[in-house]
Design a protein around this ligand. Structure first.
Ligand code: ATP
Ligand code: MG
Length: 576
């Protein structure tokens, strides 16, 4: 399948000539090898034509009329926020947590926090009070930025018991600031709109991100200012952002994607980013793409599957011809979804792979490269990836094609995490020599494309076969009735494990024996009897994290009657 873009360097040539030092040079820097993410995102554009360009095109929840905020205006809002922190006596290095819906002042708060040299941690606004409290206890922020509504619903009951928090700042304040909180809008209005962004050491901490909690308790991954080199470079060359493009990342800044690619990369690259306050709504989404003429669109498989589920009529009723480049991250992107993109939206989705720990995109269907549906693509320039087998003494790299191994990355890319908060040992154990172990299993074909097999924990071992759930799920999704599929291994005396699938159907299909047989037949024909599921159960919904990932460990725990473990990030499919 042909690539969809656009004046980018040839992949192989770029890999051969690329160095991180060169990527550094594309940034402004602040002299003496110092830098600041917020400086690259905002300050450095002042005095250039970018300053008057729209940075945020805000789509308020109950309207389709956008509110535009220029780079200059955003820089001033962020400066005001930095001054507020300074005036409150918050010191560089201290942590600021954000718990807010997507409104412009959340973005000003993130960037103001970074300007002042504090460490920002985003929290997902849909979290319940308990997951918020847990993360506050782990990260001990000095400041919590939130809204009045979220404060009353989710914070007020416990905040007095968390000694680290000295200030609760309410953005989007509706009535009177409740006792114990401060109205950020009036503090910001009184503060200066000038702030000398602090020149940081590249290794100074900038962001603390909690992982999605798909495989267990969420971990706090620490990132430093130098990460911006990655964000900028991958925004430009992997997501194909050109200055002035209209760009839309649908991820919430509560997750790493929504920060790296929903705030930092678009701003350093001078594009206009759409910020939609509302939750997923297919018609609204198509209308935004059409009316705002979105050129570059970064979304997730779970959203794409929802769009597919609702059929091709809606997209066909909209003019989506502005779309130049579409990418997806977060979960494996089934080949069907890539093909649907091309057929219905006119462009293929470019899958790419990364993690909270990697801070930025590591493997991608690079824009000027052929897209292989079902593959994550190839390592981006500057990143060395490999597949490894564990041995008694460490790891051994796999050189033959088409063998499954753990995906490992050579240390040293700028956005690599620098620690798990309070978990030194766990961090150390994530490395063997120079290699970071990702915990994901993959294959590499003879042309160097990587294919996701499954997370280490999710892979099924059946009669000597290693079965990746993704492969089985993708085949089930080929059936027109199937909207979502999650596959697990269940213990079996003879085979060790056998494959069991959970399937949610598209509207209008009947979950009956006939359909079950049809799905079994399809899977057996495509995968062979050893890999096809022995059992298929129908579910209304599958359990998903708030970042949209199917929680196979929960399917397994429920199936086997085991404890459910940490469910703080569970979004839906809560009931069996
Ligand atoms: P936790 O580490 O807490 O269990 P998590 O791993 O889901 O949660 P994230 O860092 O948000 O937390 O997700 C990264 C993981 O998501 C990857 O390790 C991989 O398993 C999966 N993933 C991301 N992108 C892709 C992709 N393109 N294809 C396949 N899997 C992907
Ligand atoms: Mg993980």
């Amino acid at each position: 399948m042909q690539a969809s873009s656009v004046n980018l360097p040839d992949y192989e040539q770029f890999c051969a000539s690329f160095s991180w030092a060169q990527a550094w040079r594309e940034l402004a820097g602040m002299g003496d090898g110092r830098l600041n993410i917020a400086f690259e995102a905002l300050d450095r554009h002042m005095g250039t034509e970018v300053a008057e360009r729209t940075a945020i095109r805000f789509m308020p929840r109950d309207s389709q009329t956008p509110v535009d905020i220029s780079y200059r205006a955003l820089n001033e809002r962020a400066a005001r926020f930095a001054n507020v922190l300074q005036d409150l006596g918050v010191r560089p290095g201290e942590r600021v947590y954000g718990l807010s819906h997507r409104i412009p002042d959340l973005y000003a708060a993130v960037l103001g926090t970074l300007k002042h040299g504090c460490v920002f941690t985003p929290l997902f606004p849909a979290f319940g009070p308990e997951p918020i409290r847990q993360r506050v206890e782990i990260g001990e922020p000095a400041v919590l930025v939130t809204s009045e509504r979220l404060y009353r619903k989710k914070v007020a009951d416990w905040v007095a018991d968390t000694p680290s928090i000295r200030h609760v700042l309410l953005i989007d304040q509706l009535d009177e600031a409740p006792p114990g909180t401060e109205d950020a809008a009036s503090l910001m209005a009184a503060a200066s709109d000038q702030y000398a962004t602090r020149a940081m050491d590249p290794e100074d901490p900038a962001l603390l991100h909690f992982t999605s909690g798909t495989t267990g308790k969420p971990k706090g991954a620490l990132h430093v200012h130098e990460a911006v080199v990655n964000h900028h470079m991958t925004g430009r060359y992997v997501l194909d952002m050109h200055p002035g493009d209209i760009y839309w990342c649908t991820a919430d800044p509560g997750w790493v994607t929504g920060t790296s690619y929903g705030i930092i990369a678009p701003l350093t690259n001078g594009v206009t980013m759409v910020v939609d306050e509302a939750e997923f709504d297919a018609e609204r989404w198509y209308r935004i793409i059409q009316d705002q003429k979105v050129a570059v669109w970064y979304t997730a498989p779970t959203a794409i599957r929802m769009l597919i589920k609702l059929g091709p009529e809606l997209p066909r009723a909209h003019d989506l011809s502005s779309l130049r480049f579409m990418a997806s991250v977060g979960e494996p992107l089934n080949p069907e979804a890539v093909i649907w993109g091309r057929k219905v939206l006119g462009k293929p989705f470019h899958d790419n792979w990364w993690q909270t720990e990697t801070g930025g995109i590591m493997i991608s269907n690079y824009a000027s490269m052929e897209v292989r549906p079902g593959s994550m693509g190839k390592p981006i320039p500057g990143v060395e990836a490999a597949l490894a087998r564990k041995t008694e003494t460490g790891i051994e790299l796999i050189t033959e094609p088409d063998e499954t191994g753990e995906l490992v990355l050579k240390k040293g890319w700028p956005s690599m995490f620098r620690g798990y908060l309070h978990q030194k040992e766990k961090y150390r154990n994530s490395f063997v020599g120079d290699w970071y172990l990702t915990g994901d299993l993959a294959r590499r074909d003879a042309d160097g494309y990587y294919w996701f097999v499954g997370r280490d924990d999710d892979v099924i071992k059946s009669s000597g076969h290693l079965i990746g759930p993704f492969e089985v799920e993708s085949v089930l999704l080929e059936h027109p009735a199937v909207a979502e599929a999650g596959v697990i291994g269940v213990p079996d005396e003879i085979a060790g494990e056998t494959v069991k699938a959970f399937v949610a159907l598209k509207p209008g299909y009947q979950a009956d024996e006939r359909l079950r047989k049809e799905l079994m037949g399809l899977a057996r024909k495509r995968l062979g009897p050893a890999v096809a599921p022995r059992q298929i159960d129908f579910r209304e919904e599958l359990p998903r994290t708030r970042s949209g990932k199917i929680m196979r460990r929960l399917l397994r725990a429920r199936e086997l009657g085991l404890p459910e473990g940490d469910t703080s990030t569970l979004e839906s499919g809560g009931a069996q």
